[in-house]
Design a protein around this ligand. Structure first.
Ligand code: EPS
Length: 372
């Protein structure tokens, strides 16, 4: 249904995203894409690069007078820190794509790898995701995220309501909804910076307003959780994905692991709990989709690990380049974008049409039937 590509290097001229398959008639506001790009640039623990860049989108195609036309949407985000002539790097970082990328493509310079393996690429994803968010908004679907863990510091408490959770996370420098936990996370980041170290963490992403029945139980590659997991695992440095109870479900007996079903006049079917994280049998249940991602600590270390020079084969210390101490808050914003892209694809698959009006009609008919 929906396809998207990105192109661009971290210190190339800029980044491109091409989003193909978006129907006509979707209102797209450039300011909203820019607002998402700005959110991705924030976060305590980021390096100096984020002070240099001021990410802004330019819509090159597919949108006329603020509405999609159904044609491919090309988005451009320029790099301020464009450096076309940097020297070679031959000291690969353990944990990075450097060594394997160089072996695979027969490079003697890992810069050719790291320029593309860099998480700078995620700015293009956020731009594409921001267009998808505007499509989802038309159906009352919204996506939020908050950081639940950084460097072993876990969030101690969280607000009850989704709006409160969102507001608290948005106002936090580490995107954590509990100010006291946030303070401890920032202290952990400061300590890691002092040591020349980096920190990973966990982010929870929540999608609200998703109708039941997106995805499918009939075939493996149409399952919604499988598609979300792939999209989220594709984000740089993400090592794990879990839905609802996730790995804890493996340690929970069946009587306490599932969500009992109820029905009420005017509401229809609903669950009393949401341990499944909004997905059963590869389909959305209509409850909030709740997914957590684990990010490893970044592999560029100011106290470098042992490595081997690609050319001389001598033991060396891995290269030290400018980088972030912690990018977990930013990863949450990227994860929201990836979830938006997958949900848009799943919505188009279920309710698809060439114009937003057609899709809305089909969606309303379905909602009505479900209610009855
Ligand atoms: C990154 C290294 C840093 C980060 C970068 C990801 O960039 P630089 O090498 O220019 O200092 O700032 O992230 C971004 C530029 C971004 O926009 O997120 C890396 O090696 O992955």
């Amino acid at each position: 249904m929906l396809r998207f590509y990105t192109a661009g290097e971290s210190h190339g001229k800029g980044l491109v995203a091409i989003l193909e398959g978006m129907p006509a008639g979707v209102p797209v506001r450039e300011e909203e894409i820019d607002a998402q790009l700005r959110r991705r640039q924030l976060g305590y623990g980021r390096g100096k690069r984020m002070a240099i860049e001021e990410d802004r989108v330019e819509i090159l195609s597919g949108v006329i007078r603020g509405e999609t036309t159904g044609a491919p949407i090309a988005l451009w985000v320029a790099n301020r820190d464009w450096r076309p002539d940097e020297p070679d790097i031959t000291r690969p970082r353990p944990g990075h794509a450097d060594l394997t990328g160089a072996l695979k493509y027969n490079f003697r310079d890992v810069r050719r790898v790291l320029e593309r393996a860099s998480a700078r690429e995620t700015a293009a994803r956020v731009a594409a995701g921001a267009v998808c968010r505007q499509f989802l908004e038309e159906f009352g679907i919204s996506i939020l995220s908050h950081v639940t863990e950084i460097g072993g510091v876990c969030v101690a408490r969280r607000p009850e309501g989704w709006d409160e959770l969102r507001a608290a996370a948005e106002s936090s420098e580490v995107r954590c909804a509990d100010p006291e936990s946030a303070r401890q996370m920032m202290a952990a980041i400061d300590a890691a910076r002092e040591r020349g170290d980096t920190l990973g963490g966990v982010v929870e992403v929540v999608a609200l307003g998703v109708p039941p029945g997106l995805g499918s139980y009939v075939h493996w590659d149409r399952k919604l959780d499988a598609r979300l997991a792939m999209a989220l695992m594709s984000i740089n440095a993400i090592k794990g994905v879990e839905f609802g109870l996730g790995f804890a479900a493996a340690r929970t007996p069946g009587t306490q692991a599932h969500d009992e079903i109820f029905w009420e006049e005017g509401v229809g079917f609903f669950r009393g709990t949401n341990r499944a994280g909004g997905i059963e049998g590869g389909m959305s249940t209509g409850e909030p989709i709740i997914v957590r991602i684990a990010m490893k600590p970044l592999s560029t270390l100011r106290r470098p690990l042992r490595s081997v020079d690609l050319v001389t084969k001598e033991p060396v210390e891995a290269v030290v380049v400018r980088s972030d101490v912690c990018a977990v808050p930013a990863a949450g914003v990227v994860a929201e974008a990836m979830v938006a892209i997958v949900l848009t694809d799943a919505m188009l698959e279920k309710f698809g049409g060439d114009h937003l009006h057609e899709i809305k009609r089909s969606y309303e008919t379905y909602r009505q039937r479900i209610k009855e």
